[in-house]
Design a protein around this ligand. Structure first.
Ligand code: ZN
Length: 244
């Protein structure tokens, strides 16, 4: 494929990203592989683990020079939820409380597990970001039994996973610039090198999350099982190296 990215990346030291919203793409559109690994390896101490994950997220955000002072604290919290859970969230807000409503979280997580993890994380962020509202988590299922779509874009070499399964989708990152519709992985062939590369160039937030889990069990079996769903049966070790 020919064609180049028309955006030139700029070092965050020179031009800090404006909003943590930019990070939400990892949770909303990228393959839910790290989230499913986390869901597998976290087995207990949910509240404390959630607090540690929120702390890890805040360190990451600061290291990447996001100015969380300038941002709505709510945005910082929302991006944490989306990145960790791997699903979209809507907010129900009233005078005393904010409820984050996770969409189709059951496709990735045991709901009780993600609820406890996020509750631990939110408690920490509430005090760090000085939020007065009480914060809680709720769920809504939209897809039901329907399958989530997995896609590959032959132009930019990226994999995506989101929404209801379709033959093809518009590029969720840069629809105007890509001009190439990512195809359902069932219809298309690709090399697993592309998946290795995607993990390599994505900021290491998931690596930090996974490495922050104490007493985590063996990841390789679960990873191999998930990769098979992506038609990837080689390069598992390289992918593992990008994740842990
Ligand atoms: Zn593309």
């Amino acid at each position: 494929m020919t064609g180049m990215c028309v955006n030139t990346p700029i070092a965050v030291e020179n031009l800090a990203p404006e909003s943590t919203e930019a990070l939400e793409k990892f949770g909303l559109f990228y393959p839910k592989i790290p989230q499913r690994i986390l869901s597998e390896v976290i087995n207990g101490n949910y509240r404390e683990t959630g607090k540690n994950l929120a702390e890890t997220n805040l360190e990451f955000v600061k290291e990447w020079k996001f100015d969380i002072q300038k941002q709505q604290p709510l945005q910082t919290i929302k991006s944490f939820i989306i990145i960790l859970a791997g699903c979209e969230t809507a907010q129900r807000i009233n005078e005393e409380s904010i409820t984050f409503v996770l969409m189709d979280a059951g496709k990735i997580w045991d709901k009780d597990k993600i609820k406890e993890l996020l509750s631990g994380g939110l408690q920490y962020l509430k005090s760090e970001l000085k939020i007065e509202h009480s914060l809680s988590i709720d769920f809504i299922d939209i897809l039901g039994e329907r399958e989530v779509g997995k896609y590959f874009c032959a132009k930019c070499g990226m994999f995506f996973e989101f929404g209801i399964k379709r033959e093809a989708v518009t590029c969720p990152l840069m629809a105007q610039k890509c001009m190439f519709d990512p195809q359902n992985i069932e219809k298309i062939d690709y090399s697993s090198d592309k998946l290795v590369k995607q993990f390599k160039i994505t900021p290491d937030i998931y690596k930090r999350f996974i490495n922050s889990i104490k007493n985590r069990g063996v990841i390789s079996d679960k990873l191999n099982e998930i990769l098979k769903e992506w038609k990837v049966t080689d390069n598992q070790d390289k992918i593992m190296n990008e994740l842990v």
